[in-house]
Ligand binder design. Structure first.
Ligand code: F6R
Length: 590
């Protein structure tokens, strides 16, 4: 989950290049940060590292050097302290390591190394890697020592090593992503392709067990288990540098919310061929499963309703982390549609790999082209929303819904009807983002900012909308929010309703409207404050947020209203919506 960025080339400003790279990667982890450089003037590696956010950090006090790397941390082993921040050095100070993942058997290896005289100063598993390589490098070449250390490590890990004697970055990957960026005449290693965009668009995504030795004008890739040479598979990144910047917006999340109407139109216009292709795979499948985690899991749940309502088809939606326990009925002709923004979510990858082993066909809807999920899929469709940097997913969710609506219509050969509905959805989304509408949401956020709990209810397609709304509110405003199928209220949760508790109700113009409003009535009768998101103002609403009716696609503008509310709740409460506490983008651990 951590961010990794490494540079090797002719520039003496390696530390500065790395720091800028880390700033583009901070969404991957923001407990602490650190940079290391091999000084051009010789001497030991110089490290600067600190607990806390990278913010306006500078490395102008670091020496010049053209081999450097850095890390933004999402802590796993050891508390969030300066000492535990990466990079970590060996005993000599001539070798440094940054690491993403969990080194599971580090304790026994650490004990052996202590017996051999190694001194440890942090509580991290990463520091053990530095000392292990130091130990092996006493009797073999550095690359062999890295390879040997890697082969002793259990768990899913990616790490990079630098050493004062070598003008190189040595990286290896298992589980956690690592991407090589090809510059001229300089090269890079990073945990995310998006961080490389200002420098290069030519990349190679390392596969598990691939080791890479990166010099200024050479990139050599090997199988870290067998030592066999591997030819790089260069891919071209299509994202632009502007897409990865905040521009005029104060936060990425807000920028990404505002990008959504344009993206809906783009996807509706450009993705029909792929939607038809995937529709054929699903139609021919013997049972189809749609999987995703968190927000992507709610998109999967929405797909189940969309396929039922539009395509008259049954698909099973499953949470990624549970999918592995539900596979006994997978057969060769089963299809799995995996949804993921990053394409690196471990809970998805594990379930999908198991399904693949059983012979199921893997179809994926992924935003990061070239990511692990992308590569292991048989059929792929890019979500196509550009880099998503806000930790809380917004445009990737709306992008997934847009594709899924198109796909549901493609299943019944009516893709043009799907496109028409989506064009209306894009207009409804634009209206939701108009100043007057947004100020009403801001006013509501002010009103709710001190509340401790919020209920969100809906039925049918509004049920995943309710779950997604609650998740957005929780993760960035830290208000406890509970998303519920409205019909479930009377089966337990009503017991929690007290006077004044806010309850958001989705009441679109569909078969669920009457029952949704009845749920709101039940809440109101017990003192709840009802916030209605609906095309029509109803009596039960204490606060009304209008949204246009666009048929099955009404979930799109509905969720955009909810995203804005969550965003302004975070702002009102003084929190940074882009970097929620304890979270990081791209969840590469189990
Ligand atoms: C919530 C959020 C997460 C992700 C989840 C899956 O706002 O962003 O719940 O949706 O971690 O991530 P991806 O889509 O990258 O697989």
């Amino acid at each position: 989950m951590c961010g990794i960025f490494g540079y090797v080339g002719p520039s003496p400003h390696g530390a500065k290049i790395v720091l800028e790279g880390l700033k583009r990667l901070e969404y991957r982890g923001y407990d602490s940060w650190g940079v290391a450089v091999v000084p051009a003037s010789k001497g030991k590696i110089v490290v600067k590292k600190k607990a806390g956010r990278i913010g306006k950090a500078s490395v102008s006090d670091m020496p010049k050097g053209s081999v450097a790397f850095g890390h933004t941390r999402w802590a796993t082993h050891g508390g969030v302290t300066d000492v535990n921040a990466h990079p970590h050095l060996d005993c000599t100070g001539n070798l440094a390591v940054i690491h993403n993942g969990i080194f599971e058997n580090y304790e026994s290896i650490k004990q052996d190394l202590i017996k051999k005289g190694h001194r440890f100063i942090s509580q991290t598993d990463t520091e053990v890697i530095a000392h292990l390589i130091e130990e092996y490098a006493k009797t073999m070449m550095l690359s062999k020592a890295v390879q040997r250390a890697y082969n002793e490590m259990e768990g899913l890990n990616a790490f990079i090593v630098i050493q004062t004697k070598e003008h190189l970055l040595l990286g290896v990957r298992n589980g956690s992503p690592l991407v090589v960026g090809f510059g001229d005449p300089e090269n890079y290693l990073a945990s995310d392709a998006a961080a490389l965009i200002p420098h290069t668009r030519q990349v190679h995504f390392l596969e598990d067990d691939q080791m890479v030795i990166v010099g200024t004008d050479q990139v050599n890739i090997f199988n870290a288990r067998t030592g066999e040479r591997i030819r790089p598979l260069k891919q071209k990144l299509t994202w632009s540098a502007e897409q990865a910047e905040k521009g005029k917006f104060p936060y990425f999340m807000l920028k990404e919310i505002y990008e959504q109407p344009g993206l809906i139109s783009e996807i509706a216009g450009e993705s029909t061929i792929q939607a038809k292709k995937i529709a054929e795979v699903l139609k021919n499948a013997h049972g189809a499963y749609i999987v995703g985690c968190g927000t992507a899991g709610y998109a999967a749940l929405a797909a189940q309703y969309l396929f039922s309502a539009i395509s008259n088809r049954h698909v099973n939606s499953v949470i990624g982390s549970e999918f592995g326990y539900l596979q006994n009925f997978l057969v060769k002709r089963s299809a799995v549609l995996a949804l993921s923004q990053s394409g690196e979510t471990m809970d998805i990858l594990e379930g999908v790999k198991k399904a693949k082993d059983k012979g199921a066909k893997i179809v994926s809807l992924v935003n990061v082209v070239g990511s692990s999920l992308w590569r292991l899929s048989d059929v792929r469709l890019p979500i196509g929303v550009g880099p998503e940097k806000g930790v809380a997913s917004t445009k990737a969710f709306i992008g997934k819904l847009t594709h899924l609506i198109l796909l549901s219509y493609a299943m019944i050969g009516k893709i043009t009807k799907g496109q028409r509905i989506l064009t209306r959805a894009a207009k409804a989304a634009t209206e939701v983002l108009k100043e007057q509408r947004v100020s009403k949401i801001m006013k509501l956020a002010k009103k709710l900012k001190n509340t401790e709990h919020i209920f969100v209810i809906g039925r049918g397609l509004s049920y995943p909308a309710a779950l997604e709304t609650a998740l957005k509110i929780k993760e960035i405003s830290y208000i406890h929010a509970e998303g519920l199928a409205a019909g479930e209220l009377k089966h337990g949760p009503l017991a929690l309703v007290t006077k004044g508790i806010p309850c958001i109700v989705f009441a679109p113009n569909d078969e669920t409207q009457g029952a949704n409003l009845a749920g709101a009535m039940e809440m109101k009768a017990r003192g709840a404050y009802i916030i209605g998101i609906s095309p029509k103002k109803h009596e039960v609403f204490d606060y009304y947020l209008p949204v246009k009716d666009v048929g099955e696609a009404t979930i799109i503008p509905n969720v955009i209203v909810a995203q804005l509310l969550a965003y302004y709740l975070a702002i009102e409460r003084g929190f940074d919506p882009d970097m929620p506490r304890n979270l990081a983008k791209s969840v590469t651990v189990k």
